[in-house]
Write a protein that binds this ligand. Sequence first.
Ligand code: 5GP
Ligand code: MN
Length: 339
Amino acid sequence: MVIHSAKTILDTIQAVKGAKVVITTHHKPDADAMGSSLGLRQFLMRIGCSVTLITPTDYASFLKWMKGEADTIVFEDQVETATAITQAADFIFCLDFNQLSRINEFGDVVGNAKALKILIDHHQYPQGFEDFTYWDDKASSTCELVYRFIQEAGMSDLIDTDTAACLYTGIVTDTGSFRFNSCSSTTMRIAADLMDKGINHSSIFDSVYDSFSESRVKFIGYAISQKLEVLPEYNTALITINHEELKRFNITTGDTEGLVNYGLSIEGIRFAVLIIDRSKLVKMSFRSKGQFAANVFAMNHFNGGGHFHAAGGSSTASLEDTIEQFKTALISYKDQLHG
Ligand code: 5GP
Ligand code: MN
């Protein structure tokens, strides 16, 4: 795979006066997806582009403070408008995903658009639908990559406080607050540069982690005390949530984020799984420690993917059947999970 330089990509964009740019990111965008998209949007607007962020679906309310967020078009709410803007675009940036299936029905619109497509991403196994690739699966986050993209082009001066706040947020969340292996010394230097742009890092942390609704906190307590199952023979912890429970606790987009991690905080657990019945699909989140590849498991059994230690997948079977399939799939990993 050819990795393009920031200069090559920006020269191409700047050759088109007032270039029309669409930025998109994966469905149910998280902080890295929204932070990188809105951070890049501010930057591209500053170099004279006209930029629209189109997300496939909605996103958590704790991200709604980010600069420019209110201008976002949600594809599933405004299919015609989003399609027209995408068809007229000169360039489409695809951030924090690398397979068109990750943007749902919007994938066909992006795939068929005449625009040149630019990928900025840190997930493994890119599909290769794009024209320009800015990719590094060792990067902590897409926010880190957007920073490196701007810095490599020699334009870090164009990162203002609001842009820095967007990029910092995705770095914090995708590194688990600077604790995952993916957090390198480069990541720390970038975070420091972003702090020097005048962000209030403590208030960002507050917005993201200390802004839960009462019912979300009670839901977490319920899930851990009533729904957590430990499978000691596989060093695995599992939480399953049905549709009635989502309704009972009034769970909305983003409220289940982070829940899967509680399983991993038990001593000896190497693999943690969250299985949620989302009506149309059963969604699964996988987290692992050590040598166990969560993304390979997700890919092999649940039509998914992601990172080595953090991946996701889905199933069209019922919740009960999916749980059974999961437990059956585990059997052949017994040695790996004990190794
Ligand atoms: P989460 O569990 O937070 O939804 O996702 C964890 C990681 O796995 C993220 O990096 C996300 O992009 C990836 N991921 C989640 N669900 C899927 C999926 O269905 N397919 C693929 N390819 N990746 C996924
Ligand atoms: Mn990410």
